[in-house]
Design a protein around this ligand. Sequence first.
Ligand code: GTP
Ligand code: MG
Length: 675
Amino acid sequence: MPRKVNYGPDYDDNYDEYDYGYEVDENETPPQKETIKHSVWRCSICTYDNDETMSSCDICGVLHGPLLNNSIYDKKRTANIFDLKSSRVSSTVVGRDEAVKVSSMRSDSSNQSTEKGKHNRLDEINILKNIEVGPPAGSRTSDNCSASVQEGWLGHVDESSVAVNLRSSGKSSLSLMPKERNVMVDDSSSSRNGGEANSLTSNLENISFAAKSRHSNDAKPGRAISRAQYKPEKWMLPEKAEHSLTQLNLAIVGHVDSGKSTLSGRLLHLLGRISQKEMHKYEKEAKLQGKGSFAYAWALDESAEERERGITMTVAVAYFDSKRYHVVVLDSPGHKDFVPNMITGATQADASILVIDASIGSFEAGMDGTKGQTREHAQLIRSFGVDQLIVAVNKMDAVDYSKERFDLIISQLGAFLRSCGFKDSSVSWIPLSAVENQNLVSAPSDFRLSWYLGPNLLDAIDSFQPPTREFSKPLIMPICDVIKSPSQGQVSACGKLEAGAVRSGSKVLVMPSATIATVRSLERDSQACPIGRAGDNIAVSLNGIDGNHVMAGGVLCHPDFPIAFAKHLELKVLVLDGATPILIGSQLEFHIHHAKEAARVARISFLLDSKTGKVVKKAPRCILAKQSAVVEVILQEAVCVEEFSKCKVLGRVFLRTLGRTVAVGIVTRIVEEQQ
Ligand code: GTP
Ligand code: MG
């Protein structure tokens, strides 16, 4: 069953290789002096001292300097050896017996909000003025100033992109409402699907409620307790034999029409997830509509519009088991209009397959700086923390399985991937043909591919390093979807458990309403499960809470470890190549985990030397492309947030304007927390 997601406006960034050189104002006295060791270079973003041989930061992936080596990619790299390190998992609930899609209200993912949407926003702001909100925020002095952030961001940045506007717009904000979650969903009352009035009202209610409940006994703010001091109970930790297969969330990304859905469908069919009977049905239906070549894609592209247009519009979720992993396939749309939807899948990924169309002209189109999505997708997934990548060079049949073509693609794309922060050792290159079933789950049978001696696609997937999970940390689950069934009085929060564990009867703190609820039951893969642990995509059915107080963009957390709710933040940002400069007063879209909010740049504190992390200028007036800086932003409404050093997933941000991403960054300090 398809479930879909659309997030925010699309954008079409031209990500070129980063070059961090920029002018230093000679007249300014750097307020900070640092000694840089001769053999290391300091990452300007995370301040990690990298060996001088590293072209990008070992921690966060930020490039040291302009791309140094565009030479032919080392051909030995066709074998895949992956680095350790990892990330997180998916967030959408995945059906065990069928492909599901993350659904969305806004299938057009239009670039701008509608006029009506704007009016809603204005109305909302006006109403907000009349709402009694809690006392002025207390200042929270961070124990982590910007310079102390030890973990990176670029290359991991945008956890946030799955943007759901907490406060703004019922209509124009993203909708994660599953289209066909027929069992539990009551469309008429969904918080997301329920129409703007409903959404607006409920959001406003949430605000006033949040303000009140902050002072109620329900929530027990325990911020004094450090997350490091948390001691998990025994049941929270997985027993070794309990799960034989680790879940691996695999985002399938790439330029439009590169064959992502066909590849996914073919893989599912080969692995027995799609029966012969179902396949015949797809073939027959596709032929009838004159789209015979899309038969495998139809297994994933289930909506009439997708089939008619022959493109994926929303993320399809399916799964299969490999030798090592329970693989959750997140088949993303490639069309540029649906980049925000692609982001949804990518933010959930532990690893990714970047699908390339090897055909003459098509690879080149994907690499086009302004129109191609190959570069953009690669950049985005790296920004979300994905550092393990398979490049599936598809449609090799269209180029006669030419080794020369494959090598050319490796040399051109390999250079770009390095510039994004992917390590050569974490990228494997697999030539294949989804349509002709070459090199998917067994060695190629076509003699024209006999020159290739590396692993097939399935083996390459099994070579991914298992993702690390934060089992023994306090619970954190950013909410990406809410399912309500008022008739049964049920509300479920869906998302990926980023840290900790829950089970029936657990008390959870629902942010930002700061209300304690009790877990009534859990579902994973559309089946009841007793315990959800870090890495699981679950639906958490809650008792003891008004459905209006559970919203996408919120977070379920441990009652003793409430996460912050703030709108005045200090960020360390990198303005992307080709992006418009950021000025004091710039109005931007601020994205963080599943939330987005309007933001104003209140202050540009320092311009940083991207190579050394040294402050090179105090209080500059603007940040130009490829420059990094410490800025303060004030959001229109508060969001659930944590400093990146404390919680990566709640501390990665990206800034957009006019449908384009202009900067990626991390939260270095919560300047003022809402009380
Ligand atoms: P979007 O989701 O819209 O970005 O497209 P996609 O990347 O999912 O591509 P899709 O699977 O829909 O395939 C697009 C076209 O490419 C279809 O006509 C497929 O039959 C064709 N195609 C996919 N794989 C191959 C392949 O290995 N060889 C050839 N020759 N064509 C292929
Ligand atoms: Mg597709």
